[in-house]
Ligand binder design. Structure first.
Ligand code: ITT
Length: 200
């Protein structure tokens, strides 16, 4: 049985492969299945967009499909970039450095105690016949003053975890999966995947 990880973000594909390494399904990516469509993310919430992506790709691929919508919520910016995390400051694919630099410059005058933020992830799992379930995860942290570390992807170099005294890009992948929004959402989704696999 295949599980399609329906994302065009290679960082997400890598993380799901690692988190689900002992799940009794064959993890496949959009590239491996030759699926090139990119549904427009018109939802106002992470859940709306996760559901929209999972439905569209399950229909296109005919497989049990997992999609995630995720992002960074910064309290001092009223929850921005939120659902716009992948498009903050433009839609270019490889512009994550520019994106976190925009965040850092917007927070220049913001004192440390007001730099609270969280990563949020909603996972949606869909079957081609239209069954759909969701799971979510969260991790709290602070926006650092400077980027640090080269692991992970996206905003990880500026997401500081006080308990570990490191950014999300400095910790190991194993530690990231243990504490992260995606790790938490993925673990909650394991029984859902096992159940839906039996109904395919
Ligand atoms: P797909 O829609 O194809 O899955 P995407 O990258 O556009 O890829 P999202 O719309 O869910 O995905 O946007 C998520 C963005 O939030 C992502 O591009 C990063 O900028 C940020 N993000 C999400 N999870 C992250 C993580 O674990 N570490 C760092 N940044 C993350």
């Amino acid at each position: 049985m295949k599980l399609l990880i329906a994302t065009h973000n290679p960082g997400k594909v890598r993380e799901y492969r690692e988190i689900f390494h002992d799940l009794p399904v064959k993890i496949v990516s959009l590239d491996e299945e030759g699926i090139t469509m990119e549904p427009e993310e018109t939802g106002k919430t992470f859940k709306d967009n996760a559901v929209l992506k999972a439905r569209a790709f399950a229909g296109a691929g005919g497989l049990l499909t997992l999609a995630d919508d995720s992002g960074l919520e910064i309290d001092a910016l009223g929850g921005e970039p939120g659902v716009y995390s992948a498009r903050y400051g433009g839609t270019g694919k490889d512009e994550h450095v520019r994106r976190y630099e925009i965040v850092l410059s917007k927070l220049k005058e913001v004192p440390w105690e007001k730099r609270t933020a969280r990563f949020r992830c909603v996972v949606a799992i869909a079957t081609p016949s239209g069954m759909i379930k969701t799971a979510d995860g969260i991790v709290e942290g602070m926006i650092s003053r400077d980027p640090k570390g080269s692991n992970g992807f996206g905003y990880d170099p500026i997401f500081f975890i006080p308990e570990l005294n490191q950014t999300m890009a400095e910790i190991s992948p194993e530690m990231k999966h243990k504490i992260s929004h995606r790790g938490n959402a993925a673990r909650t989704s394991i029984p859902i995947i096992k159940e839906m696999r039996c109904k395919m």
